[in-house]
Each structure stands twice: as C-alpha cells, then as structure tokens.
Design a protein around this ligand. Structure first.
Ligand SMILES: Nc1ncnc2c1ncn2[C@@H]1O[C@H](COP(=O)(O)OP(=O)(O)OP(=O)(O)O)[C@@H](O)[C@H]1O
Ligand SMILES: [Zn+2]
Length: 593
C-alpha cells in the first residue's frame, strides 16, 4: 500500500488554527510546514506549504501563540534517512531558499503571493500534483458541466473569437467549505493544460494602505504574461464585501482600495487575453454587487454538498489512493456519511489509512474506516454540521410529510425533489415544489391546499412520533401568514366578506402588514377565522398522513438511505398517495365535513 500521509491544510487554515490556539507543535521542514493539533482537537496532523513570496514571520507568530516550534537540525538529511526518506539536494536548496524568504531582505511587500502551478516542471518538484483533472473531482457533476465550457474557451479560443463571442472573464464558485471549489478550479487548469495561479484574497489585505492594490496589480501582470491561464482567488469575500457599509471612513479603506483595484483590473483586460478568473466564496450574499456585474464575476456556479451518490463517487476517487481490503464497502460508508463534504471524506479515508498503518496492516479494513468515522464525526459535530440519527429521521419524516400532502393538493405545484442533505445554518432538509407556471392568482382551494402542505411536515412528526420538534417554526410562520392574508386581504372568509382588513400599501412580501383600525369584535373574529383555517388544514394534513402511513414510512426509508428523492422514483411513489374522502369538500368550502 502507499504510505499513509498526514492531511493537507491550506496555509490560511494553518494560520487560523495557530491563532485559535489549536496547534500543539509545528515542525518547519525544508519544503513544508507540519503541525499537530492539541489533544482536545484530536492530535490531528497536517502539513501545509508557505505560499511563494509569503513573508509571514512564522516563528514569531508561533511564539506569540505559545506553540512549540521544532526545527529539524542541520543534519536534516540524516534524520530523514532514519525515517526512511530520501531527501534530494533540491530539498536542501529549499532550506536555503526558505531561510532567504524568512529574512526581511528577501521580501517584496507589494508583490503578489500567488503561487503558480500547473504544467511547469518546477511545480512538480515542489511536490504539487500537477495536472488535477475533472476525474479527481466527484459528486459535483453540474458544476463540472458548466466549467467544461470554460475549458473549451481556453483550449479553443479561436473558435469563439471567430464568431465574435466574448469569452467569460470571471466565474464565481459558490458553496460551503470543503466541497471542492479549489479542486475544481485546479481541474479546469489541468484539463485545459494551462498554468494555475492561486491566491487567497485575505493575503491581499495588509496593514499598510496601498499594499493590497499593488499586489492585485502585480497578480494581473503576472497572469497576463502567462496567458492563457487561470487565476484563482479563494475567499473572495475577504476583499469583496459590499463597500460603503460604514461611510467613507469606516476604517476599511485598504480593503476598498484593494477591491477597487481588482474591479479596475478586471475591466481593464480584454476578454480575449486568455486570462480567466475563478473566484470562490461561501458567502455570495455579502459580495459587493459590483463584482457580480457583467464582464466581471458574472457566472455563478454552485458547488453544493454531495448527496449519497456524490459521496460514493468522491469516496471512490480517494480510495484509489490507498490499498483497500476486500471487506470495505464504499456504498455503506456513503450511506453513513450524510452531511460530509468532499474534504471530510478525503480526511476520513486518510484517517483510516493512518489507523491501518498504525495497526501494521497491509490494507485499510472496514474496521479502520469505522473507527476513523467516529473521529471525523466527533470533529464535525463540534462544528454542528452532522445530525444525530434521531434528528435525521425526524427531518426525513417531516419532509416526506410535506411531499405527500402536497401531492394531493390542487394547484399546479409539483413536488420535484426532497432532500435531507443539511445545508449550512438553518434548513435541515427541504422539499422543493416547482410551479408548472408562474402563478399570480391563487384560488381558494389552492390556498387551502398550500396551508395543508405547509403543515404537512409538522403533521408527519405528530403522526409518527406523537410529538413535535422545533423544526417546523418556519412552516408555521408561513402558514399563519397565508391564513391571515386569506382572511384580511383576499376576502376569503364568507362571514366577513370581501372587506380589506389590512393596510397593504407597504406590503410587498407579506412583511410590514398592519391591520386596519377595527372594532375588537371584528379583530377577534379575524383571529378566530385564521385559527380555524389553520386548524382545519392541520387536521387535513394529519388525516392524509394517517391514511398514507405505509407510503410515509417507505419514502422516509428511501430518503434516509439516499439523502434525496427525486425524478421518476419520487413521482411513482407520490402517485400512490390517496386522499381522505372529505378532502374535496374541505378544499372547496373550507369546512370540515
Ligand atoms: N468533490 C470532491 N471530489 C473529490 N475530492 C474532494 C472533493 N471536494 C473536496 N475534496 C477533497 O477535499 C480537499 C479540499 O477541498 P477544496 O480545498 O477543494 O475545498 P474548497 O471548496 O475549496 O474549500 P474551502 O471553501 O474551505 O476553500 C481536496 O483537495 C480533495 O482532496
Ligand atoms: Zn417544513
């Protein structure tokens, strides 16, 4: 088997972990930085590379945060020899270069810290795996599909120019951390066989005013010389936050200057220069709109968390790197790793390989993976990304509840997809309904159907568990809102008639609605009607789910193993749902028969 290695971390992660006091010990090697986390963080071992041109005073930083620094002695080669490694003279030269970079004399403050790698031989010597391709990135097929176009632009720009098409300048990869955005950008460069310049936006921003802007300029100059090439800017939000939040003297002039320089550079170069920018962020909503304008990062590609199938493919990619025993079932692992992103899965395989090596095994066994999984999950739970089995089950029943009720209700909405892949903060799962057409008018029965659908999630929890979770608060808010509007705005309550009881002038998305001044009796009547329609809708949702209890269980079971239910499988299952006898009457008249 290949030797198990310690995990890779980005340089910025390393710095973050040092500053967060998570690091126990750092070893500065000629060609890389190795470090170990403190016991409370699982003694995890990582290595990272100092970005070329980076001038951080690492020993100083370590001292400041009380981290042990181990510098291998001068006879590093002898020590390495004992460890069964062969150090080339190149590595010793590296030590020299390292020392030079460490000395202030060797630092170029206004120079970009971007590292180029790709098809150059020097890159390979640095230990960078030159030539990452799409085959190395799995489970993100849609993103790959969109990026294939970029590869085509780079490879065959002439074809596009001939027609007069403008090549894209910037692509923004959006998605949670660890889903493979960096890897994808590298793969674009690898597929097109062009150089890849990589920089983290946070590296632009320094204490001194003007440094960031000059680094941006330097980066673009470098890129233009190497064109066609890919320039990758990670953590774009570090400089790309909306400007002008705190007025002209908000203390962020430096960041704004840097951003302005980036915008200027993007506008300044010609589409056909062959430089394509790829930015990455997990917070697209805070980016300055100017960055997203046409001719800048005007294409957004979503790199989302993988579903079960995606996880299986990612596991396959990483399993290729290690020897696996026969008893390893990647399918089972994929099923049990809901919520894991690519980086977690890579970490899992690597941890398992470390365990196997420690146990003197020739290959990774399922037992190693199971043990590694416990460790990785413990780490992820700290960051609260992983649901407990009970929580997953609750979420799954809840979402299927929405779907089954929704399938039986009138209106043109069709349930297209149910997912329990956790999506960052907030939503634990979701049910996606796609309207067959844009709707501007909602009929009374459709409105009731909507109400019941909204309450289907909570109803499922009641039917199955006999108790409810806090997960339905958003549904309840929406349902209450809808019912209130039906009564006070749409005039759908027969006893009150078509009188508007709400001031809707400022009402756009249902916010800012106030009730018209009215007598207490009328107000009480409105409350009663709202309450009644919600109770009835809730009752219908429950009745639907009790009648379709088997289907509810079956669909939930599939959802729990697959993470998503969509397409023909979903439609075929929903087609089996049956409506309780009184449903039609309720939908038409709003009265429970
Ligand atoms: N889709 C994937 N397929 C295969 N491996 C993956 C995938 N996603 C992540 N990985 C593994 O995890 C590592 C880290 O992923 P990467 O740095 O590309 O994530 P990222 O989305 O850029 O994260 P961040 O937002 O934290 O920078 C990769 O080098 C790779 O080993
Ligand atoms: Zn819900």
């Amino acid at each position: 088997m290949k030797t198990a290695t310690i995990s890779h971390a980005t340089y910025s992660t390393f710095v973050e972990q040092v500053k967060a006091q998570k690091v126990q010990r750092v070893t500065l090697r000629p060609n890389r930085i190795e470090y170990v986390l403190k016991p409370t963080f699982g003694f995890k071992r990582f290595y990272t590379h100092r970005p070329a041109g980076n001038t951080d005073d690492i020993p100083g930083m370590l001292r400041q945060h009380q981290v042990d620094l181990v510098t291998p002695p001068d006879n590093a080669s002898a020590v390495a020899g004992l460890m069964g490694l062969l150090l080339s003279t190149g590595a010793l030269m590296g030590t020299l270069a390292w020392a030079l970079k460490n000395s202030p004399a060797g630092s170029g403050v206004g120079k970009t810290k971007a590292r180029t790698y790709g098809p150059t031989p020097t890159a390979a010597k640095r230990g960078e795996r030159a030539g990452v391709t799409f085959a190395d990135v799995a489970g993100v097929d849609e993103a790959k599909q969109e990026l294939k176009e970029v590869v085509d632009f780079l490879q065959d720009g002439a074809k596009y120019r001939q027609i007069g098409a403008k090549l894209p300048k910037g692509v923004l990869l959006v998605g949670p951390p660890g889903t493979g955005k960096t890897l994808l950008a590298k793969a674009v460069a690898g597929e097109a066989n062009v150089p890849f310049l990589s920089v983290a936006a946070s590296e632009f921003v320094e204490l001194y005013v003007g440094v960031g802007a000059s680094r941006v300029r330097d980066l673009f100059n470098k890129a233009k010389k190497q064109a066609p090439c890919i320039v990758f800017i990670d953590e774009l939000d570090a400089i790309g936050k909306s400007r002008g939040g705190g007025g002209p003297h908000s203390g962020n002039d430096e960041r704004e200057q840097t951003l302005n320089q980036l915008l200027t550079e993007m506008d300044g170069f010609d589409e056909n220069s062959g430089v394509i920018l790829i930015g990455a962020t997990n917070r697209p909503e805070i980016l300055d709109p100017a960055l997203k304008r046409a001719g800048r990062f005007d294409r957004q590609v979503l790199v989302d968390r993988p579903d079960r199938n995606g996880r299986l493919e990612i596991l396959r990619v990483h399993a290729r790197q290690v020897s696996m025993a026969e008893d390893v079932n990647l399918g089972d692992i994929a099923t049990q790793t809901s919520g894991f992103v690519g980086a977690d899965l890579a970490n899992l395989i690597n941890e398992a390989a470390l365990l196997a090596a420690r146990n003197n095994r020739q290959a990774v066994m399922m037992a190693d993976i199971r043990e590694a999984m416990e460790r990785v999950i413990a780490g992820l739970e700290l960051r609260s990304r992983i649901l407990s089995p009970m929580e997953r089950q609750t979420v799954a029943y809840h979402e299927v509840g929405h779907a089954i009720v929704g399938a039986l209700m009138p209106g043109a909405t069709q349930v297209a997809k149910i997912s329990i892949v956790p999506r960052g903060k907030g939503a634990l799962g979701y049910t996606m309904q796609t309207p067959a057409e844009d709707r501007y008018l909602m009929l009374e029965d459709e409105l009731r159907g909507q109400l019941a659908t909204l309450l289907g999630g909570r109803a499922a929890e009641e039917v199955v568990f006999g108790k409810v979770s806090s997960g339905a608060s958003d549904d309840i808010q929406k349902a209450t809102d809808l019912a209130e509007r039906a009564v006070t705005q749409y005039g759908m309550a027969p006893d009150l008639g078509p009188i508007a009881f709400a001031n809707t002038q400022s009402d756009f998305l249902g916010s800012d609605r106030t009730r018209r001044p009215m007598g207490g009796e009328v107000a009480a009547e409105i409350d009663r009607l709202v309450k009644q329609s919600i109770h009835q809708a809730h009752g219908v949702a429950k009745a639907v789910l009790m009648l379709n209890r088997d289907l509810l269980d079956q669909m939930t079971q599939i959802l729990l193993t697959e993470d998503v239910l969509e397409g023909e499988t979903l439609q075929a299952m929903l087609a089996q749902a049956q409506a309780p006898v009184n449903t039609q009457i309720w939908l038409a008249k709003g009265q429970m028969a």
